[in-house]
Design a binder for this molecule. Structure first.
Ligand code: SF4
Length: 369
C-alpha cells in the first residue's frame, strides 16, 4: 500500500529539497529521457522558472510524440450533491443548509439525453458528493447502467470504495475512476477534512491501490492546489504515480491540478498558484511522464486553456455544469464551483481546431470492456 511508501517522505524535508534545487539540477533533469523524482523536484522548483520556454518546447514535443495533435473531450455529470463530509473548502459540505438533490433514474436519463444533444461526447464523468447511505454503490451501479447506452466510456469521481465495489461497478460499465487526494500533508489533511469518512487520510490514499487491484482501466489523480505548498504536494503525487504505474502497469493514468480561487465570501486558499506556475507544473509532469493524460477542467479560464492545449494538455472538459441536474433537470441549482470557461462544447472544439489540433470525442469503445 502506498501509505507505507509515503511514511519515508517527511513533508518539511521534501520541501527543503525542492527549494534548494539549483539551475544545474534543472539542466540535468532536462537532458534525461526518464527523469526520476529528484529531477521532478528540480523541474517544479523556483530554480526552473527561467527555463519555462525550454520546458514548454520539450513538453510539446513529448506530447505530440505520444498523443499526436489531439485533445480528448469529456463532460462531467453531477448526479447528487448529497454529502456527509465537511471539507472546509467545499460548498457541498454537510454543514451548509440547502436542499440536497439525488437524481432519480429518469432524471439521470434526461441528463444523458441533454448532454448528447449538446455535442457528440462519448466520455462521461459521473460525479457525486460522498454519502454512502443515501447514494452508495447500488445507486452508482444503477446510474452507470442508465448512462451505458448513451456513452462509450464511463468514469466516475466518487467516494473511495472497497476493491470489491470497484469490481462490481466495472460490470455495470465503469471504465475509470478519478479521485483527488486533495493534499498529501497528513497533518494538515485533518484540518481540511475534520469529520466524516473523508477524514480518514489512509483510506483515501490507499483507495488508489484498491482501484489498481480491481483492474480499472484508468485511474485519475489530483491534488487541490491552494491548500498546502503545491510543489511538495505535486512531488508526493508524482511519487504516488510512479508507485502505481510500477504496481498496476496495465492501468492508464491521468492527472489534474484544480486551483482553488479566492472568492468573495467563500473559502480563501492558503496559496494562490499563478498561471506561470500552473504552466511550469504541467510541463514538469509531461517531462516526467510522457504517457500521462493531463487534464484541464473548465475551472481554468478560456485564454489559458487555449494556450495550454498545444503544450502538454491532452484532455479537456467542456460545457460543464457542476450542479446535479444542471443540463436538463434543475438548471441553476447550487453549483460545486463556478466554471471559468463557460463556452459551449462546440465552441471549445472550434478553439481546438483553430490551434491546429483535433478534438476527439470518442477514444474508447464499450466492446473493449
Ligand atoms: S469536496 Fe466532495 S466530499 Fe468534500 S464536501 Fe465537497 S462534495 Fe463532499
Amino acid at each position: 500500500m502506498f501509505s507505507e511508501v509515503l511514511k519515508d517522505y517527511d513533508w518539511e524535508e521534501t520541501t527543503g529539497r525542492i527549494m534548494t534545487k539549483t539551475p544545474a539540477d534543472v539542466e540535468r533533469a532536462l537532458t534525461k529521457k526518464n527523469p526520476g523524482i529528484e529531477d521532478f523536484m528540480a523541474l517544479v522548483s523556483p530554480a526552473a522558472e527561467p527555463y519555462l520556454e525550454n520546458m514548454a518546447a520539450l513538453s510539446r514535443h513529448y506530447t505530440q510524440e505520444r498523443f499526436g495533435k489531439t485533445i480528448s473531450m469529456y463532460i462531467p455529470m453531477y448526479i447528487t450533491n448529497s454529502c456527509a463530509n465537511s471539507c472546509v473548502y467545499c460548498g457541498f459540505n454537510c454543514h451548509n443548509k440547502f436542499e440536497r438533490v439525488i437524481l432519480t433514474t429518469s432524471q439521470i436519463e434526461d441528463e444523458c439525453k441533454a448532454i448528447r444533444s449538446l455535442a457528440p461526447f462519448e466520455n462521461l464523468l459521473l460525479v457525486t458528493g460522498e454519502n454512502p447511505k443515501a447514494a452508495g454503490t447500488s445507486y452508482l451501479e444503477k446510474a452507470l447502467k442508465i448512462c451505458r447506452p448513451y456513452f462509450n466510456n464511463l468514469s466516475m469521481e466518487v467516494m473511495p470504495l472497497p476493491t470489491e465495489d470497484y469490481e462490481r461497478l466495472t460490470h455495470a460499465g465503469l471504465n475509470g475512476v478519478v479521485c483527488f487526494q486533495e493534499t498529501y500533508n497528513r497533518e494538515r489533511y485533518k484540518v481540511y477534512h475534520p469529520a466524516g469518512m473523508k477524514s480518514n487520510f489512509e483510506w483515501r490514499l490507499n483507495g488508489f491501490d484498491r482501484m489498481g487491484n480491481a483492474g480499472l482501466h484508468k485511474i485519475g489523480m489530483g491534488v487541490l492546489i491552494g491548500l498546502e505548498d503545491w510543489r511538495t504536494d505535486v512531488t508526493m503525487m508524482a511519487l504516488h504515480l510512479r508507485y502505481l504505474k510500477k504496481n498496476y502497469w496495465r492501468t492508464r493514468f491521468s492527472v489534474n491540478f484544480p486551483r482553488l480561487r479566492p472568492a468573495a465570501g467563500g473559502y480563501q486558499p492558503n496559496i494562490v498558484m499563478t498561471d506561470r506556475e500552473l504552466a511550469q507544473l504541467t510541463f514538469a509532469f509531461r517531462i516526467f511522464d510522457h504517457d500521462i493524460d493531463i487534464s484541464y477542467s473548465t475551472r481554468e479560464y478560456p485564454e489559458f486553456r487555449d494556450n495550454m492545449m498545444t503544450l502538454g494538455v491532452t484532455s479537456m472538459s467542456a460545457g460543464s455544469k457542476t450542479d446535479p441536474g444542471g443540463y436538463f433537470t434543475y438548471p441553476r441549482s447550487l453549483e460545486q464551483f463556478e466554471v471559468s470557461d463557460d463556452r459551449s462544447p462546440l465552441q471549445v472544439a472550434e478553439a481546438i481546431r483553430k490551434a491546429g489540433y483535433e478534438p476527439v470525442w470518442k477514444d474508447w469503445d464499450k466492446i473493449f470492456d
